[in-house]
Design a protein around this ligand. Structure first.
Ligand code: GMT
Length: 384
């Protein structure tokens, strides 16, 4: 069913990281479906291609006023959201993260009064898993969640954790992340030649390298492989790798690891890879895992957070920190390419079935229409 066009303001982080990537993909898909989308952030989101029909980007200047002890982003963001909502008559704000985006939306809503856009807040993890336990933030997050017209979480696991940590009575709808592959600009062979891995088994890891990603376990998994001279670990790093440099020598894997920094376009590397390796101690979802699945590559990961909801029955997961099992799984892929291909194909089938834009976008559109009261989409209790 085609949804009536809406005017939607999206606030998100612009840098490499799943929440900004998801918000950007969502905005682009909504624009393609005829909605008018207005992005708010302090920089252009890395995967936001402009110009595009129906897509607008509003840069928010971080305030460096000497009156304040630190730069301020939340107030300038709230002011920009207010101005654009007023001039464009936005129907709703869809904010990714309670801090600071939902709080800025709440303030904008107060400044705008009765004509304010509705607020949909999507939780991606940190609001619950880190800030939710921090007494300096908890009350503000609770306020943002209670004053949003709808709250979504990217997995059942995150929803349950949020309900538990905040003791929330309000419903939280689970709308999983999605991914739309972009046609790679270079062929698999070209990329593999460029990386000098033509005869190697290429293991891909993409992340911000934050402590939660457990890069120590990632490197140990590689170091334990029986086939480590036949493989290369290729890290697409969204954060500094320097803290892990010493481990390369300690583990004797310097010649096995290739690191590329801040690469926004990942499709050609996904196509060039043979498997994905993710060793996080927690993921609310694991968008990189989904991206890997979309390219038909088998994934080795631990059974934590929302990862089982993404992988489903498409392959095994391993107990957290069991680097022996993770390494043995990689060895099996290297020794039995048919097994790797079969698991990769199962992952791809699952990704296409459950996590494509066509599958997920209607849930967001239905929720938007529900909160602004313009659309009947079955009993809401079932969806919340
Ligand atoms: O995990 C990161 O380093 C980035 C973070 C973000 O906010 O961009 O990712 C979170 O949101 C993603 C999109 O929903 C999820 O796929 C990631 O699992 C989640 N990260 C964590 O929960 C640690």
């Amino acid at each position: 069913m085609k949804s009536a066009p809406l005017k939607i303001g999206i606030a998100c982080f612009p840098l490499i990281g799943g929440s900004g990537i998801l918000a950007t993909a969502l905005g682009s898909e909504l624009a393609r479906r005829g909605h008018e989308v207005y992005f708010f952030s302090y920089a252009q989101p890395v995967r936001l291609d402009l110009p595009q029909d129906n897509l607008h980007f509003h840069r928010v200047d971080v305030a460096h006023n000497p009156l304040f002890p630190s730069p301020d982003y939340t107030l300038p963001l709230a002011v920009k959201m207010t101005e654009v909502a007023r001039s464009q008559q936005l129907d709703l704000f869809h904010v990714h993260y309670a801090v600071p985006h939902a709080l800025a939306a709440c303030l904008a809503s107060q400044m705008l009064g009765p004509s304010a856009p509705r607020i949909v807040t999507t939780l991606h993890g940190t609001d619950t898993t880190l800030l939710g336990q921090d007494p300096d933030y908890r009350t503000a997050i609770e306020h943002a969640l209670l004053h949003s017209d709808a709250v979504t979480a990217v997995s059942e696991s995150l929803r349950n954790q949020t309900q538990q940590i905040f003791g929330l009575k309000r419903p939280i709808e689970v709308i999983p992340n999605f991914f739309t592959p972009n046609k790679p600009k270079r062929s698999r062979d070209e990329v593999r030649r460029d990386l000098d891995v033509t005869d190697k088994f290429l293991v891909l890891h993409m992340s911000s390298l934050r402590p939660v990603k457990r890069i120590d376990l990632l490197l140990r998994t590689i170091a334990m492989s029986k086939n480590r001279q036949r493989l290369r670990l290729f890290i697409l790093a969204g954060g500094p790798f320097d803290p892990y440099e010493p481990m390369l020598d300690e583990l004797g894997i310097r010649d096995v690891v290739i690191v590329r920094q801040n690469t926004a376009v990942v499709d050609e590397y996904l196509q060039a890879a043979d498997a994905g390796l993710y060793t996080s101690e927690y993921e609310s979802f694991g968008l990189s895992i989904l991206e890997t699945m979309f390219y038909g590559k088998p994934v080795v990961a631990f059974n934590v957070g929302g990862i089982p909801e993404v992988i489903g029955d498409s392959g095994p997961l391993y107990p957290f920190a069991d680097v022996t099992a993770a390494s043995a799984a990689l060895d099996r892929f290297i020794e039995f390419p048919n097994l790797a291909r079969e698991l990769g194909e199962r992952g791809r089938t699952r990704a296409l079935k459950h996590f494509s834009a066509d599958r997920i976008l209607p849930s967001y559109e239905a929720l938007y229409h529900h909160v602004i009261g313009t659309f009947e989409q079955g009993p809401i209790e079932k969806r919340m």
